[in-house]
Design a protein around this ligand. Structure first.
Ligand SMILES: [Zn+2]
Ligand SMILES: [Zn+2]
Length: 137
């Protein structure tokens, strides 16, 4: 059985997944650059049905570059970015790879929103890229 665990820096929020991730992508959209301190975020997508969270989350709701209404969730105590969820895709949760106990799990298979990346961005030439929003998973 799969057991993937993680949490925020201070430990107030913990999560676990009991199924392997659907996909992992690096995202250079403008919102992700705020979250990742100027870099791309790495997001590991799980099915919400096999994903469990303990602890209080803060929620920042906004319309993303994709046009989707997103809930960006983070620890209210330490501020670690944790999850992103789109209202129109409630069966999926995107987990910020830095919050995994074992970040080795989060090897990206594609880079998305490269059109928003700065000229100095390090983008893995070995991976497929998508200039803007990719088709839904
Ligand atoms: Zn925390
Ligand atoms: Zn993004």
């Amino acid at each position: 059985m799969v057991e993937i665990t993680g949490g925020c820096q201070c430990g107030a929020v913990r999560f676990r997944a009991t199924e392997a991730p659907v996909a992992t992508r690096a995202c250079w959209c403008r919102v992700c650059q705020y979250i990742a301190a100027g870099n791309a975020t790495v997001n590991v997508c799980f099915q919400t049905g096999s994903f469990f969270v303990e602890g209080e989350l803060a929620d920042y709701e906004a319309v993303a570059d994709s046009g989707n209404r997103m809930h960006r969730r983070f620890c209210p105590r330490c501020g670690t970015p944790l999850f992103s969820e789109a209202e129109n895709r409630p069966h999926l949760i995107f987990v910020r790879a830095g919050a995994l106990d074992d970040p080795e799990i989060a090897r990206p298979v594609a880079t998305i929103w490269t059109a928003s990346a700065p000229s100095w961005a390090c983008i893995d030439a070995a991976l497929p890229t998508v200039e803007r929003q990719p088709p839904p998973l």
